[in-house]
Write a protein that binds this ligand. Structure first.
Ligand code: G4P
Length: 280
């Protein structure tokens, strides 16, 4: 399967982010906990050089629970403050506040030594499309937070959300483009639905997913769709189609419908909590 995708508007998004990042102290990066490697754009390392870095493994409710700690350890080892979250669960996000405080401690100390008091630390959310940036901002900051902006000392046009006395969050997230010179990365992004479906061949993708699942999570498809996992992936898709009534005109097996069904079930974790990428 071959993926090629680099939308032109991403160049503009990168430029905007370069400008925004200059204004902030802490970069809070969201990745998809099911693909923590492929959903992370390595260019952010350059863009966010010299900034404090927080990495949130979002959608952790859909990832294999056993994979979360190893990934947190991996990213902690790379110098991030890392945490697994579910951006939809407001209550679980309190821990993020503590991480921001920790990330900012040095900066606050530096400010204090220079005699700068009460200057809020500024944070920004970044991540690839669909990783949950807007959901996170809504749950974390909430509607009750005061928005500031367009006033003296605040950069024109930027909206900041006051989280507390010490921290402000830029209300527009930075959009990173997925990067896949590597076809496997493209495949993994497609599995979780991070690439628009019109750009990919659903059938090939579904067959690839069947191969992955039978190998890495044996028994899962058998249990959910009552199919025989000893069959090859095409035969398995055929069984799935029959069991789920995916029949086209003329009583033909509707493979496209079956492929779509499988991908949709997987992307919504109906099949179970599954992580595609394990740390090295
Ligand atoms: P973005 O700003 O980064 O582009 O992503 P956005 O917040 O729009 O989230 C993309 C989709 O992912 C949304 O689903 C959102 O509800 C879902 N989502 C975000 N964070 C989490 C999480 O931690 N767990 C789960 N399970 N889902 C999450 P949607 O189907 O596009 O919208 P909706 O039907 O939820 O409104």
């Amino acid at each position: 399967m071959h993926f090629q995708w680099y939308p032109g508007h991403m160049t503009k998004a990168k430029r905007t982010m370069q400008e925004d990042i200059r204004l902030i102290d802490v970069v809070i990066e969201l990745v998809d906990a099911r693909i923590p490697h492929s959903s992370k754009n390595p260019d952010i390392d350059q863009l966010a050089a010299n900034k404090s870095r927080i990495l949130l493994l979002n959608k952790s409710d859909m990832a294999d629970p056993a994979s979360l700690d190893p990934w947190i350890r991996t990213y902690t080892g790379k110098g991030y403050l890392a945490l697994a979250i579910n951006a939809k669960k407001k209550n679980e996000l309190k821990k993020v506040n503590a991480l921001i405080q920790e990330a900012c401690r040095e900066k606050m100390e530096r400010d204090r030594k220079r005699g700068i008091l009460n200057r809020p630390v500024r944070a920004m959310i970044v991540g690839i499309p669909n990783v949950g940036k807007s959901t996170f901002i809504n749950s974390f900051a909430g509607k009750a937070c005061t928005k500031t902006g367009n006033k003296p000392g605040v950069t024109k046009g930027k909206q900041w959300i006051r989280l507390n006395k010490q921290v402000e969050l830029l209300d527009t997230p930075g959009i990173l483009w997925p990067k896949f010179e590597d076809q496997v990365v493209g495949q993994h992004l497609a599995f979780v639905g991070a690439i628009r479906d019109e750009l990919i061949q659903s059938m090939d993708l579904a067959l690839d997913l069947i191969e992955f699942l039978t190998e890495s999570y044996p028994g899962t498809l058998e249990q959910y769709y009552h199919v025989d996992e000893s069959a090859d992936s095409a035969e398995l898709l055929c069984q799935l189609a029959k069991n789920r009534g995916c029949i086209a005109k003329g009583n033909e097996t509707d493979y496209d419908k079956a492929a779509f069904l499988l991908l949709d079930d997987f992307r919504n974790a109906r099949i179970g909590r599954i992580t595609i990428e394990k740390p090295e």
